[in-house]
Design a binder for this molecule. Structure first.
Ligand code: SF4
Ligand code: SF4
Ligand code: SF4
Ligand code: FES
Length: 588
C-alpha cells in the first residue's frame, strides 16, 4: 500500500494512494455529501454531481467520488464555489422530485434529504416543469416510483454485480429519462427475481418493498388468529434500526415486541428450518442411494427459485421439492396447529417476518397453496417490523428479553439458526445426513469447510462413512450461474448445491435494515462486508449456544412426525411441505 501526501483545507494528511477524494476525505474525518456513490466500489457512477470539490491539478470542480487523490494534491471542500455548486446540484435534483416526505417510507433513511440538509438546499430554488411520473406496484415484492428517482444508477449496478442481471437500465432520453426494466415494463412482467437488492441501495424512495403492514392491520381488525413467525436473519439485524451495534442479536426483545404488537403466537422459523432439513436431508439421501437426479439444489430462497424458473427451466428437476422453512411452518400452523387448537384454518392469518423481499412474491405462488389456502398470508421485512415497532410507541431498548411461544413448535436446533447465512443450509443438512449415513452424531458439529460469508463459490468434499459427498455453495446469481452452467454441460461433480438469492445469504437480504455509509460516517470502509460478517457472527454464536444442534434431535420435530406427518417425505409430508416449479418465459 503506497501513501500519498495531500492537503484538505490546507491541513496536511497522508492517505492511501488510489483512494478517491471522497474516500480519502472520509478517512481524514470529512463528510462530503454524495448520492450516487455507495462506497462498495461498485456504484461510483459520478452522475449526481453532489460531491463536487476543488482540487489542484483539475480544471474546475471535480466529482470527488470518482476523482483519485495524487501526491501533493490540495483539496478544497469549503470554497464558496464548491459550496454553491453542491447546493445547486441537490436543488436541481429536488426540482423534479415529488417531495411528499411525510408519506414516504424512505423518510428517516433518505440520503437525498440528508444531502439537502448538508448543502442547505432552498425550497423551490428551481421551480419548473416536472417529468411525467408513475408508480409500478404490480409486483408483490417491489414498488417503483419514478417521481422519486434521481437517476443515480446504483440499482442498475447492484443488479449487475449481484446477479449479472440487467433488469434495470436507463430508458428514454433527456428530461424523460427513467430507470426501469426493459421497455418500461412492470417488475411483474420482467425476469426480475424480486430479491430487493436494488431496494437496499436506492438512496431515495424510488424503489421500496411492497409494504403489507395494512394487510396485517386489517387481519387484527377482522379478529383473525394472527400468528407471527420470524426468520433467523431478522434477529441478527433488527437491532441496527434501534441503535444497537451491527451484529447484536436482539432475539428476546424482538419476541417481546411482537407479543406487545398483539400477535397471538410468536414462533421462530427455526422450527420450520429444522423441518426443512428433515425433508431435504431425506430427499438427498434418497437421490444419492436410488440414482435420483443429482446434484440436488436447495430450494429455500425464492429469489433463486425465480431465477431458475426464468433462466434454467431445463434444470428444475435438480431443485429439491421442499418448500422454504416459513412456508412449511405456515402449512403446519394451518393444519396440525389448527387441529390441535380447534381453529378453522380460514380464521388463521400467518405473518412471516423476513429479511427478504422475494418472500412477498413467494407466499402468493399458487403451487404453495394447500387446498387453495396459502401457507402464509403476509410477509413483512425486517425494516417493516422496525416501522411497526416504532409506530406502536414501544421503546425497543427498554423491552424485556422474552422467549418464543413453546406449544407445538417452540423447540429449535442450532442447525435451524444458521439457515440465515450462506453455507448454513448446507451445514445444517450435512449434520443430519451424517447421522443418517453413520448412525452417529458428528463429533465436531461445525463443518468448517463450508463456512464463509463471501459472495463467491465455495466447495467441499466430505467423506461420510466411505461415501463421498461433494458439495458447493453459491450466493448471488452471478456465482450461481457458474455452477448451473456446469450442470447444463454435464460437467458438475457435485451431489448437493446450496444456492441463496442474495450475496451472503439472508443476512444480506433485500429486506434487511439499510446500509447507509453516508449516514454512518464512522463505519469501516468496506461497510457491506462488515455488515455481512457481523450479522453472520450473530447467528453462528446463537448456534453455538444451543444445546440441540441437529434438526433430527429437535424433540418437537420428532413429535410432529410421530403424531401427524409419519415419516419424512411421507404422503402427508408431501401434501403439506413440498412443491413444484414451472419454467417461465424470459422476456429479455
Ligand atoms: S425520497 Fe427522500 S426527499 Fe424524496 S419524498 Fe422520500 S423522503 Fe422525501
Ligand atoms: S429486485 Fe433484484 S433482480 Fe429485480 S431489479 Fe432489483 S436487484 Fe435486479
Ligand atoms: S431507482 Fe433509486 S437507485 Fe435506481 S436510479 Fe433511481 S434513485 Fe438511483
Ligand atoms: S457524483 Fe459523486 S456522489 Fe454522485
Amino acid at each position: 500500500m503506497s501513501i500519498v501526501n495531500i492537503k484538505i483545507e490546507g491541513i496536511p494528511y497522508q492517505v492511501e494512494d488510489g483512494l478517491t477524494i471522497l474516500e480519502a476525505a472520509k478517512a481524514c474525518g470529512y463528510e462530503i455529501p454524495s448520492l450516487c456513490a455507495f462506497n462498495h466500489g461498485e456504484c461510483n457512477a459520478g452522475s449526481c454531481r453532489v460531491c463536487l470539490v476543488e482540487a489542484t491539478g483539475a480544471r474546475g470542480l471535480v466529482a470527488s467520488c470518482v476523482y483519485p487523490v495524487s501526491e501533493g494534491m490540495e483539496v478544497r471542500i469549503n470554497t464558496p464555489a464548491a459550496v454553491e455548486a453542491r447546493r445547486h446540484s441537490v436543488e436541481l435534483l429536488l426540482s423534479n422530485h415529488n417531495q411528499n416526505c411525510q408519506a414516504c417510507d424512505k423518510n428517516g433513511w433518505c440520503e437525498l434529504l440528508h444531502a439537502a440538509k448538508l448543502v442547505g438546499a432552498r425550497e423551490g430554488a428551481y421551480a419548473g416543469e416536472h417529468a411525467e411520473t408513475f408508480v409500478d406496484e404490480l409486483a408483490p415484492g417491489l414498488i417503483r416510483d419514478t417521481s422519486k428517482c434521481i437517476l443515480c444508477g446504483r440499482c442498475i449496478a447492484r443488479c449487475q454485480n449481484a446477479h449479472g442481471l440487467g433488469i434495470l437500465g436507463f430508458e428514454n432520453r433527456g428530461f424523460n429519462t427513467i430507470v426501469s426494466p426493459a421497455e418500461n415494463r412492470s417488475f411483474a412482467d420482467s425476469p426480475c427475481i424480486q430479491c430487493g437488492q436494488c431496494v437496499s441501495v436506492c438512496p431515495t424512495g424510488a424503489l421500496m418493498e411492497h409494504s403489507e403492514i395494512d394487510k396485517v392491520d386489517e387481519a387484527f381488525r377482522a379478529g383473525k388468529h394472527v400468528i407471527v413467525q420470524a426468520a433467523p436473519a431478522v434477529r441478527a439485524a433488527l437491532g441496527e434500526e434501534f441503535g444497537y451495534p451491527i451484529g447484536t442479536p436482539v432475539t428476546g426483545k424482538m419476541i417481546a415486541a411482537l407479543r406487545r404488537l398483539g400477535f397471538e403466537r410468536v414462533y421462530d422459523v427455526n422450527f420450520g428450518a429444522d423441518l426443512t432439513i428433515m425433508e431435504e436431508g431425506t430427499e438427498l439421501l434418497g437421490r444419492l442411494t436410488n440414482g435420483g437426479v443429482l446434484p440436488m439444489i436447495t430450494s429455500c430462497s425464492p429469489g433463486w427459485i425465480n431465477y431458475a424458473e426464468y433462466n434454467y427451466g431445463d434444470l428444475l428437476d435438480h431443485l429439491s421439492s421442499c418448500k422454504s422453512p416459513h412456508q412449511m411452518q405456515g402449512a403446519v400452523i394451518k393444519s396440525y396447529w389448527a387441529e390441535q387448537h380447534g381453529v378453522d384454518p380460514k380464521d388463521i392469518f400467518v405473518v412471516s417476518i423476513m429479511p427478504c423481499v422475494a418472500k412477498k412474491y413467494e407466499k402468493d405462488r399458487e403451487q404453495l397453496k394447500v387446498n387453495g389456502i396459502p401457507d402464509v398470508d403476509a410477509v413483512l421485512t425486517t425494516r417493516e417490523l422496525a416501522r411497526l415497532i416504532m409506530r406502536s410507541g414501544m421503546r425497543f431498548n427498554k423491552l424485556p428479553d422474552e422467549e418464543w411461544d413453546q406449544d407445538i413448535m417452540g423447540d429449535y436446533s442450532g442447525a435451524g439458526v444458521i439457515f440465515g447465512v450462506t453455507g448454513g443450509v448446507m451445514e445444517a443438512a450435512l449434520r443430519t445426513v451424517y447421522f443418517k449415513l453413520t448412525g452417529k452424531e458428528k463429533d465436531k458439529i461445525t463443518f468448517e469447510e463450508v463456512r464463509g460469508h463471501e459472495a463467491g463459490i465455495r466447495e467441499a468434499s466430505l467423506d461420510i462413512n466411505g461415501t463421498t459427498v461433494n458439495v458447493a455453495m453459491a450466493s448471488g446469481m452471478r456465482s450461481a450461474k457458474i455452477l448451473l452452467d456446469e450442470i447444463r454441460e454435464g460437467k458438475s461433480k457435485y451431489h448437493f448445491i446450496e444456492i441463496m438469492g442474495c450475496p451472503g445469504g439472508c443476512i444480506n437480504g433485500g429486506g434487511q435494515p439499510y446500509v447507509r455509509p453516508s449516514l454512518l460516517p464512522d463505519e469501516d470502509d468496506d461497510i457491506l462486508e462488515t455488515y455481512k460478517e457481523k450479522r453472520a457472527r450473530a447467528l453462528y454464536s446463537e448456534d453455538e449456544r444451543q444445546v440441540i444442534r441437529q434438526s433430527h434431535n429437535n424433540p418437537q420435530i420428532k413429535e410432529l412426525y410421530e403424531k401427524y406427518l409419519g415419516e419424512p417425505n411421507s404422503h402427508k409430508a408431501h401434501e403439506l411441505l413440498h412443491t413444484t416449479y414451472q419454467a417461465k418465459e424470459r422476456f429479455r
